[in-house]
Design a protein around this ligand. Structure first.
Ligand code: G4P
Length: 526
């Protein structure tokens, strides 16, 4: 049991769309040995509809990829790589997934630097104090100077960066990486299409054969940069990496496979085995708690006619999970038997019989599970709640056919209870339906689809002009808030009667903040 826990690594890759998350995922599989040849997974992506990035991997490779978690072995370790849907399938689930991992790889496009989606995902990881390894990708294309990219990590994200390796040129001339810890140069060869592992040779930086590969200017510049990094003198402090204060940085190119293995090895050096989780009664430490416990972080209603059911995904925190064992949904104080536990391979499912801390189990059940529910053999256990994240799209939903009013209300209430979208009330707007808030338009699409499919109700959305929401941390007089927000937005409340502010723009939000520094606003709430 101890060995199984220690060898688990549960992680996610965070990035802005198109930085290379899908390509890197595939290359991690290549280097772990889970696949032998990498294919042009991303090439097909343009033809894709709402299916997750990973479904494409799965269809092309015929390997065990689920749209939620991908499990593979590397050396003696077992990786659980959780999908963070981006692109069209970006939703609140993307953020919730980050509550279920113990570390992340943050992928940055070397030509673009830090982009908006990366900042948002990073902030969630930073709040959770989990290790963040940075992979600066696409060095085979013209890139920003590496020093500038490191500066961006510090200036934009406030993250202390420790470059573990350093690129040797970029674009067409990208040759390889200087490993700063072992003081050696890795020179890579491109494999056609990057389908196989990239062969490499290891040199000393003073090797004549290496020096001759570049002009004196380029070589001198490289050695100066390396010396400069040594002078900056950030300590490779394991504790600070472990709680996300320092990020080990790796450069490379997922397409050509340069630097992928160094990243994978580095992840083993600097990541944590399953970390403790908080409950009202104290922390649950995986190695000290033999009792089974897990929490629900994602619920997916399958829209595939082959499996029209609800799949609940839970992260195991402690103890060994055994299929068919009786456990409690501790919120409902209800005993449930998890018989239909699966990993999902596209349209096919494979039964999971046991799972360890760090693993993800997916199960089909009739019991009403909600996001954040605790599942345990201990009826009294409850993990801390999964926070709610500020939505960015707001709309009212309207029933097209008034004769179906009852079905509409019933369906809407039911689906809202499933946490598909969040609900709000806007002050001074007296609507008979709540305002709906989502992070990605897919959440609304799912809601409308299910209202039509399960309740026979056709609906339309009236999108509202706000794009930013903040919760007011401690209550403030309503009138006062209204007078302060003026033309920047409106005031309202969430489903738990907490005060919220809806802003029309980031600019409006910033001016409000500057003018009212005493009002504390937050973008996530428990
Ligand atoms: P995402 O999942 O983060 O959205 O990114 P994805 O891997 O789909 O990659 C987005 C695009 O960036 C793809 O190009 C992919 O080939 C390219 N890419 C990923 N990593 C690298 C890299 O290391 N170097 C270079 N040069 N490109 C990279 P695309 O134009 O969408 O498709 P394709 O036809 O070029 O494959």
């Amino acid at each position: 049991m101890i060995n199984e826990i220690k060898r688990r690594r549960t992680l996610a890759i965070i990035s802005h769309p198109d930085a290379g998350k899908t390509t890197l995922t595939e290359k991690l599989l290549l280097y772990s040995g889970a696949i032998e040849i990498a294919g042009s997974v991303v090439a097909k992506k343009h033809q894709r509809d709402t299916s997750s990035d990973w479904m494409e991997l799965e269809k092309k490779r015929g390997i065990s990829v689920s749209s939620t978690v991908l499990q593979f072995d590397y050396n003696e370790f077992k990786f659980n790589l959780l999908d963070t849907p981006g692109h069209r399938d970006f939703s609140e689930d993307t953020y919730r997934v980050l509550t279920a991992v113990d570390g992340v790889i943050m992928v940055i496009d070397a030509a673009k630097g830090i982009e908006s989606q990366t900042i948002k995902l990073f902030n969630i990881c930073k709040n959770r104090k989990i290790p963040i390894l940075t992979f600066i990708n696409k060095l085979d294309r013209p890139a920003k100077p590496p020093i500038e990219l490191i500066d961006q990590l510090e200036e934009i994200l406030g993250l202390t960066a420790f470059p573990i390796n350093w690129p040797i040129e970029s674009g067409e001339s990208f040759k390889g990486l200087f490993d700063r810890l072992n003081k050696e140069v890795h020179l890579f060869q491109r494999s056609p299409g990057g389908v196989f592992k990239a062969p490499f040779t290891v040199h000393s930086i003073t090797d004549k054969s290496f020096r001759e590969l570049m002009s004196d200017d380029v070589y001198n510049n490289l050695t100066e940069e390396i010396q400069l990094l040594d002078h900056i003198g950030v300590d490779l402090d394991y504790n600070k990496i472990s709680n996300g204060e320092i990020s080990p940085v790796y450069f490379g190119s997922a397409v050509t496979n340069f630097g992928v293995e160094l990243l994978l090895k580095g992840f083993l050096d600097y990541s944590n085995p399953p970390i403790p989780r908080k409950t009202a009664q104290g922390e649950i430490v995986p190695l000290d708690n033999p009792e089974f416990s897990a929490f629900v972080f994602k619920i997916q209603t399958n829209m595939n006619p082959m499996h029209r059911d609800r799949m609940v995904f839970a992260r195991v925190c402690a103890g060994k999970f055994r299929r068919n064992a009786k456990v409690f949904n501790t919120r409902l104080k209800k005993e449930v038997r998890l018989a239909f536990t699966h990993s999902v391979f596209g349209n096919e499912r494979e039964t999971i019989n046991e799972a360890y801390p760090g693993d993800i189990i997916g199960f089909v059940t009739n019991t009403e599970f909600k996001i954040g529910d605790t599942i345990s053999t201990n009826e009294g256990l409850a993990f801390e709640r999964i926070p709610r994240f500020a939505p960015e799209i707001f709309a009212y939903i309207k029933n097209r056919d008034t004769s179906k009013h009852k079905s509409f209300r019933k369906g809407l209430d039911h689906l809202i209870a499933e946490d598909i979208v969040q609900t709000f009330q806007v002050d001074a707007q007296f609507m008979n339906v709540p305002l709906l808030g989502a992070l990605g338009s897919l959440q609304f699409e799912v809601l409308q689809y299910r209202l039509s499919d399960e309740y026979g109700v056709e609906t339309e959305l009236e999108v509202m002009p706000w794009s930013l929401l903040r919760w007011v941390e401690s209550p403030v007089d309503d009138e006062f808030l209204r007078s302060k927000i003026s033309y920047h937005g409106v005031t309202g409340t969430d489903a738990f009667k907490k005060q919220v502010l809806f802003f029309k723009s980031n600019w409006g939000f910033k001016s409000f903040k500057e003018a009212n520094p005493e009002i504390s606003l937050v973008d996530t709430i428990d």
